[in-house]
Design a protein around this ligand. Sequence first.
Ligand code: ATP
Ligand SMILES: Cc1cn([C@H]2C[C@H](O)[C@@H](COP(=O)(O)O)O2)c(=O)[nH]c1=O
Length: 207
Amino acid sequence: MLVTIEGIDGSGKSTLHKTLGPYLADLDPVITCEPGSTWIGEAVRRAIREHADPIAEALLFVADHAAHLREVIRPALSEDRLVISDRYIDSRLVYQQVTLDGIIPDPLTWLRAVHHGWTIMPDLTILLAVPVPVALERTGKRESGEHFEQESVLTKVQEYYMELVEEDTARFLILDGTLPPEHILRVAGEVIRFRYDEMNRKKKKKY
Ligand SMILES: Nc1ncnc2c1ncn2[C@@H]1O[C@H](COP(=O)(O)OP(=O)(O)OP(=O)(O)O)[C@@H](O)[C@H]1O
Ligand SMILES: Cc1cn([C@H]2C[C@H](O)[C@@H](COP(=O)(O)O)O2)c(=O)[nH]c1=O
């Protein structure tokens, strides 16, 4: 089962992701992320740092996703493992929708077409929702801000996430990212456990 964690910068994804591994240790989950689970992630980080051309940057994110699927996601899913990824396809559908605006016509259609036919959609996506000022206050404490961490960008990104939810409500679980981290962990962890057990029960029934 493929679970992804999404949300704007500073929403608390990494905090949740780091603690889900130990919380669900009995299920032996594969803990992974985008960008950065393959060597292409290094190129992506450089593109972000150096404010690369937005099309080049978008395609690097896609290249990282392709390598991530090949090296981590497909092998793990083929063994029926539980995979939990900090960011995945939805990050591209929302962030690159913003960065490609005015550069190519209809960025969302383009982004979907680029992924069509080879990506694997998540079974469950946990979206951490926090007001943009809260996220900025959290990320502002970092030493180096990334170019996505601006009010105008994050406001659009949050709006686009909500549009994805409206299109596919069954896939998303929206959690209030301003709640205490232990509370978020318990709800996310128990929902994942329930869905994973349910999937395994259904598989057994088929035999
Ligand atoms: N539920 C929470 N309540 C209060 N503070 C939180 C909560 N979750 C995370 N934080 C704090 O907010 C900051 C950002 O959290 P974190 O790095 O987990 O966010 P993120 O969504 O992974 O950010 P990015 O996408 O930019 O990597 C950290 O200082 C973290 O300790
Ligand atoms: C996967 C992915 C990420 N981004 C952006 C979102 C963040 O601002 C940075 C770095 O990711 P982190 O996990 O928050 O460190 O990259 C993006 O624009 N498009 C993507 O596909």
